[in-house]
Design a protein around this ligand. Structure first.
Ligand SMILES: Nc1ncnc2c1ncn2[C@@H]1O[C@H](COP(=O)(O)OP(=O)(O)OP(=O)(O)O)[C@@H](O)[C@H]1O
Length: 363
């Protein structure tokens, strides 16, 4: 196991800065997801950890040792890409045995490892098949097996599930997590899919435009997003945000949300933080699943614009100048055009400064 430390890491391609000063510690045996939209610098970061790209500035340390100038083959990293690198003329067994053989392991050790990893990844029935004939799903499983079999101290995976089908992706999420727990590797996993990051990672590093936005456990980034970008990116659908202004009312500090009405009073700790922040223009946030929705009541007023019935839950789109979504299990037959009343759960309300986009945090 190995700790990875990124210190003031920068990457420029000519005039373009793909990564602006990244500081991150990935702990021994930790599963860290690098999460963000396309082009945010995830793969660039990963390629520098692997040794495929040189940093333009800053350092990468493995267990305190500077990796500057250490070639990829000497870093002890396993790497799985989106496009599996499999020798198609070889059988599954030969592909799995390739890495251990190159490292000069004994025949008995190679056989033991091939058996273990094949059992683990359910590749045993096709061990003697030619890889050229395998489905995309099985090829990606094999690519993971081929890297995992040498038990690298650091396992880097760059969007390994983006080419496989949805059902298989769900299975692999669980298997990858088990694999990491079994081998206790330090794992860095690049993805643009927040669900993959939320379900597998011990911690998530959320990135946007070459800047690290927040690092935290899945629940930390979900419950307490550091800024508007993270609030919208995490969760499906993401957090609802309504523009408003802080307003003192008879019942305490609240947010005037224009056509929606005035919010319920903010909880005391959040109100105190909002007063102390000096902010006036804010974004009022709440998760789609943390509000109640009814056809009558004293909540925020809006009109239904769309209703998505997806089984146990219904996603109701409502609008009052701005559009938000509400996930409800209390579907009373909402229809487009209905006027509804929304009551966000007080403890679920989040505030963001409109100008800086940073969270205003209570208690
Ligand atoms: N070799 C290169 N030369 C010039 N620009 C590059 C190079 N590699 C990456 N970039 C640019 O750097 C930015 C970050 O790319 P990167 O591949 O790290 O993003 P990403 O978050 O992994 O997204 P994706 O999932 O689309 O690969 C992008 O704007 C990309 O076009």
């Amino acid at each position: 196991m190995t700790t990875i430390r990124l210190e003031n890491l920068v990457k420029r391609f000519g005039d373009f800065t793909a990564l602006k000063t990244m500081d991150l510690e990935i702990r021994d045996g930790e599963f860290m997801a690098l999460l963000g939209p396309s082009g945010c610098g995830k793969s660039t970061t990963m390629n520098m950890i692997a040794g495929m790209e040189d940093p333009s500035g800053g350092r990468i340390l493995f267990d305190g040792r500077d990796m500057n100038g250490v070639p990829m083959g000497k870093r002890g990293v396993g790497f799985v890409f989106q496009n599996y690198a499999i020798f198609t003329h070889m059988t599954v067994r030969q592909n799995l045995a390739y890495g251990p053989k190159m490292r000069g392991m004994s025949r008995a050790e190679i056989d033991r490892r091939v058996k273990n990893i094949a059992d683990f990844l359910q590749l045993t029935p096709m061990l003697d098949q030619k890889s050229a004939k395998l489905s995309v799903n099985i090829l990606q499983r094999l690519a993971i097996g081929r890297s995992a079999i040498v038990e690298p101290a650091i396992f880097l995976l760059d969007e390994p599930l983006s080419n496989v089908d949805a059902a298989f992706r769900a299975v692999m999420r669980t298997e990858l997590k088990h694999l990491q727990k079994q081998f206790r590797q330090t794992m860095v996993y690049v993805t643009h899919d927040q669900l993959e990051a939320m379900t597998m990672a011990d911690r998530i590093a959320v990135m946007d435009h070459g800047v690290l936005q927040q690092v935290g456990t899945p629940l930390e980034v979900y419950n307490n997003p550091a800024n508007i970008f993270v609030a919208k990116f995490i969760g499906a659908p993401g957090m609802n945000l309504i523009a408003g202004e802080l307003a003192e009312t008879d019942r305490g500090l609240a947010v005037d949300l224009g056509p929606w009405g005035v919010s319920p009073p903010l909880p005391d700790d959040l109100a105190a933080a909002a007063r102390a922040s000096g902010s006036r223009a804010v974004q009022y946030g709440f998760r789609p699943e943390e509000a109640t929705l009814g056809l009558e009541g004293q909540g925020l007023r809006a009109r239904v614009t769309f209703v998505e019935r997806i089984g146990a839950r219904t996603i109701v789109h409502v609008e009052s100048g701005q559009s938000v979504k509400i996930v409800t299990e209390n579907d009373v037959g909402f229809s487009i055009g209905d006027v509804v009343s929304i009551v966000p759960a007080p403890a679920a309300v989040r505030l963001f400064d409109a100008a800086s986009t940073a969270a205003i945090r209570g208690g």
